[in-house]
Ligand binder design. Structure first.
Ligand code: XMP
Length: 506
């Protein structure tokens, strides 16, 4: 009997890819599909319908062919929008609402339901929805309620369930257990292990590339380093080009060259910081900055590439989903990612873009790096955005501002390393707040900028929490910055979670 994949149908929730990721964490292969892909699906082991931003009553609400869905005869779980859709298909209805329930709630499961086996009698779950289920179809059973007695878990038929909350986000404390219970209802699911996935990627790369030369931009970050190492492992003819756009951290260029040398790869550096600064002059709109940097990067890059046949990018799954707008995905657009600007999309149409990591999350890429023998201190580096310090410099990007950020950032990061906090933090950086305020330096009045420090923990960059660094460490960092960096007279620590903030300031 063929092994079955876990099919996740995308109705556009920002959390949809987290479902895929959680399923893989449970050790099974999962993939995201659009509702219209249903007809062409093969080897289906179980199906999860995601949440989504639409109301089922909207004229353009995404729908799905339920007859076809049921014809696979596999377990089905509807999450949020997915549940509401199932409820309507099973003869119930959904009440539209203008008010959004967003945040934690208590979920009280009915005893004996296989979906909640091993789950506490009252379990914290994460809600993010407007519409609610009003009436149930005749055969529908309530399998969980919230503290107000509203149904938040339903069973429509044997092995067909719906839940109003999001089990995929970490704020649903026993969400992974609920998913694991659901997956255990399926027969012969295809396992997922990073080593197998690596071999699969290598085979796909070899088939796609053949003898063509692949050019690849490297930044020293985890993604591009793993990408080059993977291409090397696949025995591909690869040239690694490092575009130094001047938006890098302090001494980063030298470190990048040294790190690649350590793993046996010579990189070519293109120095073009002045060109980038020139084009960014006077621009303070974050989206415009991204587009300028993205396009210029590609221009510079292609100029140095010559007539390479394929461009490889270390794009990850969250990058793909966050840039989704008019393409097939129904997720709302959040921002344009560096590797999804128009020029890249054009090249993609011409079949010249290779993105072997596009289905992976950051920590899966690190695992892959480990599998490829990359030293831990390289793949444990904090993530760094493609547009570099430009996204940590709200307002105009100037050399003067960048230098201030670089100096403060270097102090912050070194102190985190010295105190053993660097590896406990998912990402940390300094950001310049381009507002001058009054202070006193020496005996003189100063009128200078403020610097914001941000340190977050996250699993996947989709959600993040700020880190409670010890006050003595923060004091030491702040004192060092304020005493040694010119043009800064205030140091702030960012205590915003994502959502509603994002990790970067921009
Ligand atoms: P936000 O600010 O969206 O950041 O919460 C989530 C994660 O993505 C990184 N980031 C980027 N990475 N190109 C990248 O390669 C980009 O354009 C980009 N923008 C944000 C950010 O550093 C964080 O880790």
């Amino acid at each position: 009997m063929d092994l079955g994949q876990v099919v996740v149908i995308d109705f556009g929730s920002q959390y949809t890819q987290l479902i895929v990721r959680r399923v893989r964490e449970c050790g099974f292969f999962a993939k995201l599909y659009q509702p219209e892909d249903l007809d062409s699906l093969e080897n289906v082991g179980s199906i999860i319908l995601s949440g989504g931003p639409k109301s089922t009553s909207d004229s353009d609400a995404p729908d799905i062919d339920v007859e076809k869905l049921l014809s696979f005869g596999v377990p089905i779980l509807g999450v949020c929008y997915g549940m509401q859709l199932l409820n309507i298909k099973y003869g119930g209805n959904v009440k539209p609402s203008n008010k959004r329930e967003y945040g934690p709630a208590d979920m009280l499961p009915e005893a004996g339901c296989p979906l909640f086996e091993g789950v506490s009698k009252s379990s914290q779950v994460w809600m993010s929805h407007s519409d609610t289920v009003e009436n149930l179809g005749e055969s529908t059973q309530v399998i969980a309620r919230n503290a107000e007695n509203t149904p938040v878990g339903l069973q429509y038929a044997d092995n067909i369930f719906g839940i109003q909350f999001h089990p995929e986000v970490t704020h649903s404390h026993e969400g992974t257990q609920i998913l694991r219970n659901f997956l255990s209802l399926a027969d012969n699911l295809e396992p997922f292990q990073i080593g197998d996935f690596k071999n699969q990627l290598i085979a796909e790369i070899q088939e796609r590339v053949g003898t063509k030369q692949v050019v690849c931009g490297v930044s020293g970050g985890v993604d591009s380093t793993v990408l080059v190492a993977l291409l090397k492992e696949a025995d591909v003819d690869v040239r690694a080009i490092f575009v130094d756009h001047g938006l890098m951290r302090k001494n980063e260029g030298d470190e990048v060259r040294k790190n690649f040398k350590e793993i046996g790869i010579e990189i070519e550096t293109v120095e073009c910081s002045e060109l980038f600064l020139e084009k960014l002059e006077g621009v303070d709109d974050p989206e415009k900055k991204r587009v300028i940097i993205g396009n210029l990067f590609i221009d510079v890059f292609w100029d140095s590439v010559g007539d390479a046949e394929i461009l490889a990018q270390g794009t990850l799954y969250p990058d793909v989903i966050e840039s989704a707008s008019n393409d097939k995905s129904k997720a709302s657009k959040i921002k344009t990612h560096h590797n999804r600007v128009d020029r890249i999309l054009e090249l993609q149409k011409e079949g010249k873009i290779l993105e072997p990591l596009a289905e992976l999350f950051k920590d899966e890429v690190r695992e892959l790096g480990h599998e490829l023998g990359i030293p831990a201190d390289i793949f444990n580096r904090h993530p760094f955005p493609g547009p570099g310090l430009a996204v940590r410099c709200p307002g105009e990007v100037t050399k003067e501002r960048l230098d201030v950020i670089r100096d403060c950032d270097a102090i912050f990061i070194n102190k985190l390393k010295e105190s053993g906090w660097y590896d406990k933090v998912w990402q940390a950086y300094a950001c310049l707040i381009p507002v001058k305020t009054v202070g006193v330096k020496g005996d003189e009045r100063s009128y200078e900028w403020a610097i914001a420090l941000r340190a977050v923990i996250s699993e996947d960059a989709m959600t993040a929490d700020w880190v409670e660094l010890p006050p003595a460490l923060l004091r030491d960092i702040s004192n060092t910055i304020l005493n040694s960096v010119q043009k800064v007279n205030r140091c702030l620590y960012d205590i915003s979670t994502k959502p509603p903030a994002s990790i970067e300031w921009e």
